[in-house]
Ligand binder design. Structure first.
Ligand code: COA
Length: 289
């Protein structure tokens, strides 16, 4: 949830997205739900898609309640790895809401493990959800974006800017997403479609943070973040609003890093102070294939 006074304290006009429709994968997740909330509260309707039916439908109802007259579809049992299921979600969105102007490709999978304990299927699973899922989202929404001369945002990361141990699968997937974004920005620019990435740093109170950074390490990481705090979902929501707004009408083919300058500092490499001792975690047990 964004702060209750989001509209009053927002630098954006409250009606900038009236008549627009946003399509969001992973839309029931903490970050993507708040990105959607910002757009809905600023006038948009939307569709959020996810694997879990009940969770997705509940999140959509909560979002719809935030603005009188808002419409938010909650489309469950949609897996971004399955292009046909995504296409069905897009078709439903067009038939119910008429159009798609903005797309957020936010569905992601993540866990921390070393190569010894990461099976080929584990690596493939994250590549399939993050990278193939981002491609599938762009592919399934392409016709709609061409019709609206819309805008697409992929959710990337900063972990692959340095060699980050134990997240080889995610780093490879997110580097691929950055490359996908660059290629599509060039291909789709002449159609008036803008394509960008948002790369969040550590965002407080998210599943990703809980998975990647144990509580005892969070204090150290805050100190090593130049802006001296973790990001919030509001920070990501505000960057999203800006990217979709007219204020960013000449911005395409770029990665907006929202991380308090964390990746420029020792924050990202601080784990490596424990290097190479940390690699003992890999163990000498038989490798999981
Ligand atoms: N360490 C090592 N391997 C792991 C793992 C972990 N913590 N979690 C899952 N895997 C492996 C599984 O063992 C399996 O490999 P195997 O068949 O060789 O045993 C493979 O990954 C796929 O796991 P599965 O549970 O079948 O995949 P799924 O499609 O149901 O779930 C995940 C996908 C694994 C990414 C799951 O964590 C998920 O659904 N995450 C979504 C939410 C999320 O990650 N949010 C974070 C955003 S930052």
């Amino acid at each position: 949830m964004l702060p209750a006074d989001f509209i009053e304290s927002s630098p954006y006009k409250s009606n900038i997205f009236v008549g627009k429709v946003v399509f969001v994968t992973g839309g029931a997740g903490t970050i993507c739900k708040d990105q959607t909330e910002a757009l809905v509260r600023l006038g948009a309707n939307g569709a959020i898609v996810g694997r879990k039916k009940e969770v997705t439908e509940k999140a959509a109802k909560e979002l719809e309640a935030l603005r009188p007259g808002a419409r938010v579809l909650g489309l469950g049992e949609i897996d971004v790895r399955d292009i046909q299921s995504l296409k069905r979600a897009v078709d439903t969105t067009i038939s119910e809401l008429g159009r798609i102007d903005y797309v957020i490709a936010g569905a992601a999978g993540n866990f921390v493990t070393d190569i010894n304990h990461m099976s080929a299927n584990a690596f493939k699973t994250v590549i399939d959800i993050d990278l193939l899922g981002s491609f599938n989202t762009a592919k399934a929404t392409f016709e709609a974006l061409r019709a609206s001369a819309g805008s697409l945002v992929f959710i990337s990361a900063t972990a692959h800017y340095h060699g980050s141990p134990f997240t080889a699968h995610v780093g490879a997937a997110k580097a691929g997403i950055d490359a996908l974004m660059q290629a599509l920005a060039v291909e789709l620019g002449p159609l008036g479609i803008r394509v960008n990435c948002i790369a969040p740093g550590f965002i407080a109170a998210t599943e990703g943070m809980d998975r990647l950074l144990p509580p005892d390490m969070q204090k150290t990481y805050t100190r090593l973040t130049p802006l001296q705090r973790f990001g919030t979902t509001l920070d990501i929501a505000n960057a999203t609003v800006w990217l979709f707004s007219e204020a960013a009408s000449y911005v395409s083919g770029t990665v907006i890093v929202v991380d308090g300058a964390g990746w420029h500092s020792a924050q990202q490499t601080s784990t490596l102070h424990y290097y190479p001792d940390m690699l003992k975690h890999m163990g000498e047990d038989k490798s999981k294939i």
